[in-house]
Design a protein around this ligand. Sequence first.
Ligand code: DX5
Ligand code: ZN
Length: 215
Amino acid sequence: MSGVQIAASILNADLGALREAVQEAERAGVDRIHLDIMDGHFVPNLTFGLATVEALRGATKLPFDAHLMISNPATWAPRYAAAGCQTVAIHVEAPERHAATLESIRSAGALAGLAADPGTPVDALSAFAEQLDFALVMTVKSGFGGQSYQPEAAARIPALRLLLGATRLIHVDGGIKAGTAADAVKQGADVLIAGTALFSAPEMEAAVASLRPKA
Ligand code: DX5
Ligand code: ZN
């Protein structure tokens, strides 16, 4: 069994029934829940925030991965850790100094990561290499689910692997489905994040299984 993990992004689930969506994803066999936090400034979309994450924490024992697509992660990032997220990723493109924020996430008990949109080179993360517990490679422009996977964005993963080494995980996010998951894994993905492919599937368990590398 490969070590590749599947994370369900609930962004494209029924936002009026998120507790049920989280529990449906758990029943379908996902390994993690990916929480897309958007502020309407850093990205032109507004989703849910800390109170929703706190409300969902009791719905499952699965790890929560907070993906903060917000302009001021310094203010919020440690609070998502305190709310029970196992990992918190902030965007390297956010207009702040990230070193202290990454430390604050760790101090609050979560793994600290940087997310990079498709146009951002791996070099932008290298200044923070010592402070990263993981990285989040966007294979779509952050802000919306249901977009098409960008292979050239995934082509950054080998360089990121050289920077992070073999043990720190690389999460890959955007357009992941049966036809694209293999490319992300070939490039070196450790965690495949899928939203639309799971929540639009007629049978979620089969959709989860279709993302896993074949033995
Ligand atoms: C986009 C989000 C992704 C996305 C994944 O900004 O970070 O998690 O919603 O959804 P799909 O799988 O639909 O691309
Ligand atoms: Zn995401």
